[in-house]
Design a binder for this molecule. Sequence first.
Ligand code: GDP
Ligand code: MG
Length: 210
Amino acid sequence: MAAKKPTFKLVLLGEVGVGKTSLFLRLKDGTFLEDSHASIGVDCCETAVSVEGEEVRLCVWDTAGVERFRTLTQGYYRHADAVLLVYSLPDSATLRMLTSWVREVNDRTVMSNTPVLKIIVGNKSDLEHRTSEQAAAELAAAFGCELVLQVSARTGEGMKEALQVIAGKLLARSRERKRSHLTSPASDDVSPLTLHRRDTTERRQTSRCC
Ligand SMILES: Nc1nc2c(ncn2[C@@H]2O[C@H](COP(=O)(O)OP(=O)(O)O)[C@@H](O)[C@H]2O)c(=O)[nH]1
Ligand SMILES: [Mg+2]
């Protein structure tokens, strides 16, 4: 039987208008819509990335626009391996607002077994930047975000590289976790295989994508 491909859940967060749905549609269909598309509902899509010859699947989730009311459900965060904290490069206020999103992520994922990978994504790189890279780097350092990336949903610039680096990080982290499970003295008590099976079942019950 073929080995199960490593699969990771990524969720998009950030202020309304920063381009989350545009990034999502770029990943899902390779398209970009000029007009705002606030009415698109919660959705997820899967994209495959090759890391050192291994296929990694990334399931990306977009909000239903409910971030406007800060009413994202716990299910949105459940089993998330990474959060993409999106801001708009031409709008520095959206970067400042990420601090409250990071706090929400920390609150919502406090119970998860493994810390979620936090990634700051500056979108709209095709427009004039009004936000300094330094400010994004400082926010990342202050809140334990491991990556700071710049992309454009409009042109697709930086998207392939972003997926590559995210998939690489998640795969390395998951391999490291498996290694430490195998070598840990506690591995007799908690079987990684059992945990994995339960995890997969829960995912099936709570998610359409992964
Ligand atoms: N120039 C430019 N505009 C973008 C980009 N991404 C999104 N937009 C525009 O920004 C507006 C808000 O995008 P949307 O994806 O609805 O943002 P969301 O509220 O975060 O989901 C729309 O008019 C998009 O066309 C981008 O990379 N470049
Ligand atoms: Mg949206």
